[in-house]
Design a protein around this ligand. Structure first.
Ligand code: ZN
Length: 460
């Protein structure tokens, strides 16, 4: 498995032409993107807590919004940006689409509050943005889910309105618009940066023109914030996240070109630690992570990095102290708590240690209570409940995982029905299984799937 501490949530539609899309989950990256969005959302009159900001593991440069208040950033955009100010600018523009109601509309009957529909929304949107970026008429080939969504690239008029709205948010928040102008100019010029070939699909989902950039510049230059440099603390956090994503997603040779050995900065160490770990150089990866963790004993993500790499290198006992520290320092961030739960589960499996198993169960329960969109945590809970001889809860965890990973909803429904058959009727877990079964049923009907699956008799 090449996955590291970042959690991958596979999201894919049923349409054969829809390429699998991956949502990357990483505590540090998500916190950064939310902190970037917060002052801009307030300026836009949006509640920052109702925004969902999702990172798509895709090396092309793009960002887009969908129904509800979902903002998607491709990892390629975060990596390509020259500084945090460019990301702030793009965020302001995307929030302009949301506040202006330009988001993709879905047909009636999609109820975003339901897990399946929410993920269906994500899957459809992700696949469609890809289609729109790569081939003009691809939305037609993307099948039912895409066809329902009536996705089109934004009109020129919507683009100018999002530009002007985004400029107003940046100005109101006292953030310079220089980054946005530079980002757009570079996309217009299709300049490739770094040693990394990147495709630019942003230009096609948000049609750019010189005229548009000049109008935007005029609105931004008028602000006293125009000459203000980005907040150094935010810039440092961005640089580290960029290093992390680069190290996580690109080949070691590419990473070493961007961050040569001589670069002892934190972003370089994060990048090389991940890249070396992925390339199988465990000792070197641990050495880089140890250097970061020693230099930053109070930084939850530095401790998390070391803990993850030790855990995934099979050094489970050594992984526990930095992971416990990361949980404490992050105030119990659910993604990091989930990682500690995973380490304890492995420790329990190795040593037949009932105490570690109980602690793992408690931590992973807390993880999914606070953020259920964590397929790995459900996989681990299923393993724990299997070890404890609790088949109905294994079925429940399986149903939860299947409802997140965008597969055939008939499989999720079957797992949920198995859970319902064995759990105490009316208990919280039973009610949850019922919710999943109902949502899966709705999804089956929405997709027009036959009510059968291999090995299953038709429902009477
Ligand atoms: Zn746009």
């Amino acid at each position: 498995m090449w996955l590291l501490g970042l959690i991958l949530l596979w999201v894919h539609g049923f349409a054969p032409a829809a390429r699998a899309q991956v949502i990357l989950r990483d505590a540090e990256t998500e916190m950064l993107l939310h902190d970037i969005a917060r002052p801009l959302a307030r300026a836009a009159g949006l509640d920052p807590r109702s925004l969902q900001i999702l990172l798509v593991g895709d090396s092309s440069i793009n960002a887009f919004v969908t129904g509800g208040q979902n903002v998607f950033f491709h990892s390629g955009l975060v990596v390509a940006a020259r500084d945090v100010n460019e990301v702030q600018g793009v965020m302001a523009h995307e929030l302009g689409h949301i506040a202006g109601g330009h988001n993709v509309r879905f047909t009636e009957g999609v109820r975003p509050a339901m897990t399946f529909s929410l993920l269906g929304l994500l899957a459809g949107a992700a696949a469609m943005a890809l289609g729109a970026g790569e081939a003009g008429m691809a939305a037609m080939a993307l099948g039912q889910q895409a066809a329902q969504a009536r996705f089109l690239a934004f009109s020129r008029e919507q683009e100018s309105r999002a530009d002007q709205a985004g400029a107003a948010y940046l100005n109101a928040a006292g953030i310079s618009g220089r980054g946005l102008i530079r980002f757009f100019e570079q996309l217009m010029g299709d300049e490739y940066r770094l040693a990394i070939p990147q495709t630019n699909s942003y230009n096609r989902t948000h049609p750019l023109s010189g005229e548009r950039i000049r109008a935007l510049e005029q609105a931004l230059k008028a602000s006293p914030a125009w000459d203000r440099p980005p907040d150094p603390a935010l810039q440092a956090r961005y640089a580290r996240v960029r290093g992390k994503l680069l190290g996580y997603l690109y080949p070691l040779e590419t990473v070493l070109k961007v961050y040569p050995e001589t670069d002892l900065s934190e972003p370089a160490r994060f990048a090389r630690a991940y890249a070396r770990h992925r390339a199988g150089f465990a000792a070197e990866a641990i050495a880089e992570a140890e250097a970061v963790a020693r230099a930053r004993p109070d930084d939850p993500f530095a401790q998390e990095l070391l803990g993850q790499i030790l855990l995934e290198s099979g050094e489970i006992r050594r992984a526990l102290p930095p992971l416990r520290e990361a949980v404490r320092l992050s105030g119990g961030h659910p993604l990091i708590t989930g990682l500690l739960g995973q380490a304890l589960l492995q420790a329990a499996e190795d040593g037949r240690n009932a105490q570690a198993l109980n602690e793992a169960e408690r931590l992973l329960r807390t993880t999914v209570q606070r953020d259920r969109r964590n397929p790995q945590a459900w996989t681990q809970l299923a393993a724990i409940w299997a070890m404890k001889g609790d088949p109905p809860r294994v079925a429940l965890a399986t149903a939860e995982r299947l409802s997140l990973t965008g597969g055939d909803p008939r499989l999720a429904r079957r797992a949920a029905e198995q859970a319902l058959a064995g759990l105490p009727r009316g208990s919280p877990d039973w009610l949850r299984a019922e919710d999943i079964a109902l949502a899966a049923q709705g999804e089956i009907e929405r997709l027009g799937l036959k009510d059968t699956e291999p090995g299953r008799r038709p429902r009477s």
